[in-house]
Design a protein around this ligand. Structure first.
Ligand code: TEU
Ligand code: CA
Length: 543
């Protein structure tokens, strides 16, 4: 095995620590909870864990507003707990990658507290400040979480810049001192022995000049702006000194540029692109679209065929649950989606609960929501005159909280997550949908994930083989091949609850294909295939 490129053969698992497992029963998931569940992750077969931020934070954005990069949030435990977790994970041959949030800090970070003090404070240029008045911000750019990207400060009569919440001021990457501080912090974590980073919102670190005029894309002034490569190369040089993996969250980076951003010579090993999970429809009624998913994944698979490497995912802590978005909440749909995801080319990431088919939450009141951006959206709708129930429906349509409800471990109080009321309510369907149940059933989603992970690990073609999409125009069937000189694999999945008949290429020798895996009844491969109800079939041909 290629030691340096271990991440190509690996399967990842994302842990949202607040919602994974509460070990001391205060209603909040924690590091010792993760430690308790390492054997479960080992059983699933994954190779590395990405943990969302666990650093000191006022929690305006659940840890993405960091006030001390080198301290563990007390909700999660201590630095000793972290080191124990790291050691125990390594003992089980599980790697740990951490979230690196360096586009911004918390407004409570000592750098910002200093920066705010005066125009000539040595930390002033650690952030972006510009002349403004209370009524008139430096420009009309809008932040991702709603409202201006500028917040006025009475004391120094200037505004500071933030692409997310006002409590998340953006760091000034133009300042070499800022970069040195960040690099030092990165080394500190890498020297501790962690196995890499997921780098948050990294495509936003470079900004256009404040007088840049927005034309079509309102995010353009801080999305993959020219000159960003200078900083990314510096970061890459540090990562390269260590045998670690990196995955940059890079919204706004088009697939045509992905070869610069990923692979053996890219800024990162891989990136999370956000295009394939874009939803279709009017705001508040948006739905996942299988044609869009196919089209977008095909573009990324094809563009990165020879240069670069994909990070594969269907859900994370910012999206609703994939089985609800693309499926009908059923185990069949969850297995169908798993089959599509795990056999693509790239490094798959499973988001906690995906492997047991956790679904969206049926939010009934705004009090059940924690995510600041959802609450902000809901309140904006109310001020615009939208009726309460309608505002709620619109705001929760794509709420981040669907995926943040506590992990459903077993059919017990609070789904076995905690014995106390958790910070966010557990979905009541925990009685049916939970890990304990699914470890028992032989035909479960969990076991299907296990099987797919094992299959990947044993099969070089599924790691390196060329990807080709079949039936690109088909509205619901996701079919593709993975091919090397010695063999071909075929994945055929019906992502809908309907019966459909398709025709495969006439030139294929159908007698040579063997069925390796199915989620339904076994079915030999023939030129015409009838698939129904989220059926998935995997075939192999030896040439
Ligand atoms: O999300 C960032 C993110 O989604 C943006 O980069 C994206 O470009 C934007 O929403 C436009 O689609 C990350 C974390 O995953 C999220 O939880 C944090 O809230 C955010 O960064 C701020 O740190
Ligand atoms: Ca706890």
């Amino acid at each position: 095995v290629d030691k340096k490129n271990w991440w190509k053969n690996a399967v990842g698992y994302q842990i949202y620590p607040r919602s994974f497992k509460d070990s001391n029963h205060d209603g909040i998931g924690d590091l010792n909870g993760i430690r308790e569940k390492l054997p479960y992750l080992k059983e699933l077969g994954i190779n590395f864990i990405w943990i969302n931020p666990i650093y000191a934070s006022p929690n305006v954005d659940n840890g993405y507003d960091i006030s001390d990069y080198q301290a563990i949030h007390e909700d999660f435990g201590t630095m000793d707990d972290f080191q124990a977790l790291l050691a125990e994970a390594h003992g089980l041959e599980l790697k740990i990658i951490m979230d690196l949030v360096v586009n911004h800090t918390s407004d409570q970070h000592p750098w910002f507290l200093e920066s705010k003090k005066s125009l000539d404070n040595p930390y002033r240029d650690y952030y972006h400040w510009a002349d403004a008045s209370k009524a008139l911000p430096p420009n009309d750019w809008q932040s991702f979480f709603g409202g201006s990207t500028w917040t006025y400060d009475e004391m120094t009569k200037q505004s500071y810049f933030h692409v997310f919440a006002k409590e998340q001021p953006d760091l000034n990457w133009k300042n070499p001192k800022v970069r040195q501080e960040i690099y030092q912090m990165i080394r500190w974590w890498l020297d501790l022995g962690i196995d890499g980073f997921r780098i948050d919102a990294i495509s936003h670190i470079q900004k256009e000049p404040w007088d840049f005029k927005i034309t079509d894309n309102q995010w353009a002034p801080f999305m993959n702006v020219a000159g960003i490569d200078v900083y990314l190369k510096e970061l890459n040089a540090i990562f390269n000194e260590y045998n670690v993996m990196t995955v940059g969250e890079a919204s706004g980076v088009p697939h045509q540029e992905a070869a610069d951003w990923t692979g053996d010579n890219g800024y990162f090993n891989m990136i999370f692109e956000l295009e394939h999970c874009e939803r279709i429809g009017e705001i508040g009624q948006q739905k996942g679209s299988i044609p869009h998913l196919k089209h977008s994944l095909n573009q990324w698979q094809t563009s990165l065929a020879d240069n670069g490497w994909n990070a594969l995912y269907l859900e994370n802590h910012d999206t609703p649950r994939s089985v609800s978005v693309y499926g009908d909440d059923s185990p069949e749909a969850a297995k169908a989606l798993a089959t599509v995801l795990l056999l693509l080319k790239g490094t798959p990431f499973i988001y906690q609960g995906q492997e047991v088919g956790m679904t969206n939450y049926p939010f009934r009141t705004i009090e059940e929501i924690n995510a600041a951006d959802t609450i902000h959206f809901y309140q904006t709708l109310l001020t615009q005159g939208t009726l309460d129930t309608e505002a709620l429906a619109i705001a929760v349509n794509w709420s981040r909280d669907h995926s943040r409800t506590p992990f459903q471990w077993e059919n017990a109080l609070h789904g076995g997550f905690s014995t106390t009321d958790p910070w966010l309510k557990v979905n009541e369907n925990y009685r049916m949908i939970n890990a304990a149940q699914r470890e028992l059933e032989s035909s479960s989603i969990f076991h299907h994930y296990q099987t797919l992970i094992q299959l990947r690990k044993q099969t070089d073609t599924l790691i390196h083989g060329k990807f080709e999409l079949l039936l690109p125009e088909h509205p619901t069937i996701f079919g593709y091949t993975r091919t090397t000189e010695t063999e071909s694999w075929l994945v055929l999945v019906q992502l809908d609850r309907h019966q459909m008949t398709i025709s495969l290429p006439a030139s294929w020798d159908y007698s040579k294909w063997e069925e390796i895996l199915t989620t339904a009844r076994a079915m030999p491969l023939t030129q015409n295939m009838t698939l129904s109800d989220y059926e998935a079939h995997v075939y192999r041909k030896v040439s």
